[in-house]
Structure formats: structure tokens, C-alpha cells
Design a protein around this ligand. Structure first.
Ligand SMILES: Cc1cc2nc3c(=O)[nH]c(=O)nc-3n(C[C@H](O)[C@H](O)[C@H](O)COP(=O)(O)OP(=O)(O)OC[C@H]3O[C@@H](n4cnc5c(N)ncnc54)[C@H](O)[C@@H]3O)c2cc1C
Length: 405
């Protein structure tokens, strides 16, 4: 590769892993990391967990600036959003300047969706960035009555953090069951019990008609006409891939959510351009279809692989690890491996008094997913079994053996 080197757009988890992997692979050329946020790359999972607790939060930054610039030799362009790309000239447009590339990794992640009226009201937040988390934390420090819109993983964690401080929380979810997309409706219904047990006021099957307030938020008006008073409203209704800057670039984007379409090696439709992390739809050979995940582990793994593949396309490898995510609710660690769409889900072990759950997911005659609560060692065994295409009967037998009282 010539002097234009590797450029990575998006300075978060996938982007950081990309530049680290390039150096680890011995790449000696120029490496540039472009990020829209002013912050150094930082870790997002703590933002809805420890960062919102009563204790002084730890700094979520992964590496300090000296380590990035001097040890890794990365040219940092922080606080500068990529606004355009010229794939023929191989150059990224920033406001007022251009960064050339020979190989490019797109790692622009996703940004939080909001509800109408949200922008005008103080105390109405999303939770995607460090700045968002600081705003939520300040409100919790002040003892806010909180309404969380959306009982997905981030919304559920915000509710957990507020309840851990003993604050009142209402969690509103438009679907009849939370988390149907992530773990299936049956298991979503089971996990919802954790909210109820912890004293969160869970409102299922009701939408949000609007936010009430004048300058500052005063509450949330639900579609059934009820108004729930609040000093803090956190909107957690999902995120959209950060690809506004790629419109009309010639890089194929998904027609539904605008994510970047990649093959199994994370290559986009344009030579030299790869994508990784929350922004990326890739072809999973294991599951035989395209997936886009918003999971820490896949963003980290894909960032590293995208850089290696971009620097050595002739030996590019497929990304084919089993999806994995975790989420912390109250005192429970929820973990899921594999794919939630299944022919059958079997609850192998369910002891809420002991805070434990194991459910297995079958597609055809194979194990394709596993959900656990407070069983961290076990879930990783099932991750390996899914990768090994283990039969359903063997997986259930193993699960029963391991959870025997
Ligand atoms: C609060 C929170 C809690 C989470 N908890 C968990 C968890 O418990 N378990 C789990 O598995 N996952 C969790 N996740 C998900 C995980 O953090 C994400 O999957 C991961 O951060 C994705 O990394 P990424 O680098 O692909 O994208 P992102 O982290 O979204 O980063 C993308 C970066 O690109 C930048 N960017 C966007 N557009 C441009 C542009 N045009 N030019 C330059 N830069 C741009 C953005 O500013 C951002 O900094 C959580 C996420 C959040 C927000």
C-alpha cells in the first residue's frame, strides 16, 4: 500500500480496534482516525450502568492521547465529522479539508432516535454519548423522577440505575412485550418480571403521544391519555446507522435503515472500503443471512478484522463468530449468544428466587441461541456449541446436566 495509508472514520470502539489491529499486524504506513466527537475513543456500556450510579464514575476513555499518537502512531482528527467521500479519488471530505486513503474502514456506528418535541425540552435526553450520560447523571444526582421511553437494553439499564438510587421510574414500552427483537417475545415476557420485582412502574403496550413541558420537561403523555410526571425523560427507542455522509457515495446502503451493506469479509460494494460495528450489515455464513448488530463484542471484533482485511484484501477472512451481548439489570447479568429467531425456545432452568435462568433456542435440529441470567461461565460454553453447530438434543442434555441442583 502507498503513502495514503489506512483511514478509519468513526473514533469509537470499532474504529479504535481497527487502528490497533493495523499496528498489531505490523502495518507501518500512515493511520488516520477521524471522529465527530471531541472525546478520545471511550467505552459506551458503562454509560448506562456504573456511570449512572451514586459513586464517582470511572473515566470510560480506552487509551490516552499519548498512547494513541505516540505508541500507536495514529493521526487523530477528533471533533471533525466526515461529510463526504470521493471513492474514485479515495478521499474523505471534512469541513474545509480532505483526508486521502488507500484503504478505508467505516466505523460511524449509530445515533439515538428521538421522539417529536424532544429537542425543545431541557431534561429530555437520549443515552448514546458521554455527553448524554453526563446529562442523565446530573439529573439523577438531583433526585429526578424518571420516565424511560423504550424498554430495550439501554432503557432497561437506565431504569435499573435509577432504581438502584431508590428513585421512582416509569418504563414505557409500545410493544406488548419488551425485547422481542433481541430475545423473542416469550423470553422478553420473562425478563420483564425483573423490572416489576425491582419496583419499576412498567407500562407495556402503550405508546407516547408527546412530551409535556415548556422549556423544561414536565412529563410524558401516553397514547391512552395518561400523563406521567417526570423531571427526566430518557428516550431509548433504538439507533440509526450513521451514514448520512455516505448518501450518493456509490457505497451500497440498506434500503430500510441506511446501514452499510458488506459481504462476509466486511467489504463494501466499493473496492478498498470496509465497514465494522453498529453501522455494518454483513453476511453471516453461520446463519446464512445478513445481520446488523448493536453489540460491543461484534463491534470490537469487526473493527479489528475490517482493518486486517482492508490492508490485505487478497487474504481477507470472513467474519463468522457467534453474536453475543450482555446487559445488566438490577442485580442480574443477562447474556445472549446466537440468534433470537428460532423454531422453538426451551426453558431449561428458571429459578427467579436464585436469580437464574437458562433458555435454549432451536432452529431445525441445531442449537442456534442461548439466553442466561447470572450464569456467565455457562453461556460461553453455549457460544462455542453454536459455533460448532451442535445438535439440539446434545445441547439440551448438556444444559440439563449443568443446571442440575
Ligand atoms: C449506553 C450504551 C450501553 C451499551 N451497553 C452494551 C452492553 O451492555 N452490551 C453490549 O453488548 N453492547 C452494549 N452497547 C452497544 C455497544 O456499545 C456498541 O455496539 C458499540 O459502541 C458500537 O461501536 P461502534 O464503534 O460500531 O459505534 P459507536 O460506538 O456508535 O461509535 C461511532 C462513532 O463514530 C462517530 N461518527 C459518526 N458519524 C461520523 C462521521 N460522519 N464522521 C466521523 N465520526 C463519525 C460517532 O460520533 C461515534 O463516536 C451499549 C451502547 C450504549 C450506547
Amino acid at each position: 500500500m502507498d503513502g495514503d495509508g489506512l483511514t478509519v472514520v468513526g473514533a469509537s470502539l470499532a474504529g479504535l480496534r481497527a487502528v490497533e489491529a493495523a499496528r498489531k499486524a505490523g502495518y507501518p504506513g500512515r493511520v488516520t482516525l477521524i471522529g465527530a466527537e471531541e472525546h478520545l475513543p471511550y467505552d459506551r456500556p458503562p454509560l448506562s450502568k456504573q456511570f449512572l450510579g451514586a459513586a464517582e464514575p470511572a473515566d470510560p476513555v480506552f487509551r490516552d492521547e499519548r498512547a494513541l499518537r505516540d505508541e500507536l502512531g495514529v493521526e487523530l482528527r477528533l471533533g471533525q465529522a466526515a461529510t463526504a467521500i470521493d471513492t474514485r479519488a479515495r478521499a474523505i471530505g471534512l469541513d474545509g479539508s480532505e483526508v486521502p486513503y488507500e484503504a478505508l474502514v467505516i466505523a460511524t456506528g449509530a445515533s439515538a432516535r428521538t421522539v417529536p418535541g424532544f429537542e425543545r425540552l431541557e431534561g429530555a435526553c437520549t443515552l448514546r454519548t458521554l455527553d448524554d450520560a453526563r446529562q442523565v447523571r446530573r439529573a439523577l444526582d438531583a433526585g429526578a423522577r424518571t420516565v424511560v421511553i423504550g424498554a430495550g437494553f439501554i432503557g432497561s439499564e437506565v431504569a435499573s440505575s435509577a432504581r438502584a438510587r431508590g428513585l421512582p421510574v416509569t418504563l414505557v414500552e409500545a410493544a406488548p412485550v419488551p425485547l422481542a427483537r433481541s430475545v423473542g417475545s416469550e423470553m422478553g415476557k420473562l425478563l420483564a418480571e425483573l423490572h416489576v420485582q425491582a419496583g419499576t412502574d412498567l407500562r407495556l403496550g402503550v405508546g407516547v403521544a408527546g412530551l409535556d413541558g415548556d422549556g423544561a420537561v414536565r412529563g410524558v403523555i401516553l397514547t391512552d391519555g395518561t400523563k406521567v410526571a417526570a423531571d427526566l425523560v430518557v428516550v431509548g427507542i433504538g439507533a440509526s446507522p450513521g451514514t448520512g455522509w455516505l448518501q450518493d457515495s456509490g457505497i451500497d446502503l440498506d434500503t430500510r435503515d441506511g446501514g452499510v451493506l458488506c459481504d462476509s469479509t466486511l467489504a463494501t460494494s466499493v473496492p478498498g472500503v470496509y465497514a465494522a460495528g453498529d453501522v455494518c450489515h454483513w453476511v453471516s455464513e453461520l446463519f446464512g443471512r445478513r445481520l446488523r448488530l448493536e453489540h460491543w463484542t461484534s463491534a470490537a471484533e469487526q473493527g479489528a478484522l475490517a482493518a486486517r482485511n482492508a490492508l490485505a484484501p487478497e487474504t481477507a477472512k470472513a467474519y463468522d463468530t457467534v453474536p453475543y451481548f450482555w446487559s445488566d439489570w438490577y442485580d442480574s447479568r443477562i447474556q445472549f449468544v446466537g440468534e433470537p429467531a428460532a423454531d422453538e425456545i426451551t426453558v431449561v432452568d428458571h429459578q427467579w428466587e436464585a436469580g437464574k435462568l437458562l433458555a435454549l433456542y432451536r432452529t431445525g435440529d441445531r442449537l442456534t441461541g442461548a439466553l442466561t441470567v447470572n450464569r456467565p461461565a455457562l453461556v460461553m460454553k453455549f457460544r462455542r456449541m453454536i459455533a460448532d453447530r451442535t445438535s439440539w438434543s446434545r445441547a439440551v442434555e448438556f444444559g440439563r446436566e449443568k443446571t442440575k441442583p
